[in-house]
Design a protein around this ligand. Structure first.
Ligand SMILES: Nc1ncnc2c1ncn2[C@@H]1O[C@H](COP(=O)(O)OP(=O)(O)O)[C@@H](O)[C@H]1O
Ligand SMILES: [Mg+2]
Length: 350
């Protein structure tokens, strides 16, 4: 992809002075370093995890099926940092109430940074009660590996739900509004999630959204554990200021929300990119593809919300998740043809 010819946004005072002084060189270096770091990260992530080690093996007896005081029933998923199991309490093996147990990957268990991040995930989830955020039951350590026991979301992550359920516009709007509620609660606690993407958002069978995976999240009060110079996140969803090494804030999450909503509503990413460096280039310089151009039937109001979230400069985006929700609610009201929350009567939008 050709970078668009613009220096307009980069000259804004919101960017670090050092970046403005010599941004072309710095971007080139940053992009190379990030590419190398992400390659390392992805090659590690690509190595197969070994969930079978923790599932019952008859020769090893019942203890092999236990993680802490939890009995493993099944493997639910393998993510980038952990394996997630369906479990029951060992003291109630016939219980029909099941839970999800996220066990830190053994490749990462001995890495200090990864361990600290997992601990931070535990501290962030502890005591966090919100309908749209996955609830933690307890945390512990098993053979040197940390684990979190959570409410089990009997449903799908958004990636799977998008592929298999093919939701309608109203369903997608409802999801989006619930995601803004989750983000609003998270941001109110001074937490930045930093890894919003379809795999980290779960839906229950009745369509309740649960924001999950706080493995990269940072909280004001908690010490930063990411080594300086190492960028973390998923490049396809990362905000320009994060790619430039700036401090992520809630507006960086809102940019990722823009990428996510673009994908949810159009089925396409906002940029034509496939490699890490193409994504970096696109987030920094390219104009996003207008959602309404991809899907001409989409309400213009919705397309505008997505484009505003994808503004390069954080100042030009919505400033809070509540503002995004307030912009989406009238769109939903118009689509279903009910009075919108502000009291205006709205008609059905084609
Ligand atoms: N509480 C849960 N209930 C059901 N499935 C879950 C739960 N938490 C995670 N998962 C599944 O496990 C996958 C990986 O979990 P995640 O927390 O994102 O781990 P990672 O940090 O390895 O990416 C998710 O995409 C989802 O499919
Ligand atoms: Mg994840």
């Amino acid at each position: 992809m050709q970078p668009v010819e613009t220096t307009d946004w980069i000259e804004r005072p919101t960017l670090e002075v050092t970046v403005r002084a010599d941004w072309r060189t710095k971007l080139r270096i940053a992009s190379k370093r990030l590419e190398a770091a992400l390659r390392r990260l992805f090659s590690r992530a690509a190595k197969p995890v070994t969930p079978h080690l923790y599932v019952a093996r008859p020769s090893e007896g019942p203890a092999a099926q236990l993680i802490g005081t939890w009995r493993v029933l099944d493997v639910l998923a393998s993510g980038t940092s952990a394996t997630v199991y369906r479990v029951v309490p060992a003291w109630a093996p016939n219980s029909t109430e099941h839970f999800a147990l996220k066990l830190h990957s053994d490749r990462l268990a001995s890495e200090q940074d990864a361990r600290s991040r997992f601990r931070r995930e535990i501290r962030i989830l502890k005591g966090f009660k919100h309908r749209n955020v996955v609830g933690m039951i307890e945390a512990g350590e098993h053979q040197g590996r940390l684990f979190i026991v959570m409410e089990l979301v009997e449903g799908r992550n958004l990636r799977q739900a998008l592929e298999r359920q093919k939701p309608q516009l109203t369903g997608k709007l409802d999801w989006s509004i619930q995601i803004t509620r989750a983000l609003s609660a998270v941001h109110r606690r001074g937490i930045v999630h930093r890894d919003l993407k379809p795999e980290n958002i779960l839906t229950t069978r009745v369509g309740v959204i649960k924001l999950a995976d706080f493995g990269l999240a940072v909280q004001d009060k908690l010490q930063q554990v990411t080594r300086t110079g190492l960028l973390v996140g998923t490049p396809a969803y990362m905000a320009p200021e994060t790619l430039l090494g700036g401090e992520p804030d809630k507006r960086s999450d809102l940019y990722s929300l823009g990428v996510l909503l673009h994908e949810i509503f159009t089925g396409r990413m906002p940029f034509e990119a496939s490699t890490v460096s193409q994504f970096i280039d696109a987030h920094l310089f390219a104009r996003p593809i207008s959602p309404q151009r991809v899907c001409p039937g989409m309400p213009k109001g919705l397309s505008d919300v997505i484009l505003k979230l994808l503004e390069k400069s954080p100042e030009d985006r919505y400033q809070t998740a509540d503002e995004v929700r307030e912009a989406l609610e009238p769109v939903l009201a118009a689509v279903v043809g009910v009075p919108d929350p502000r009291g205006h009567r709205t008609g059905i939008v084609a």
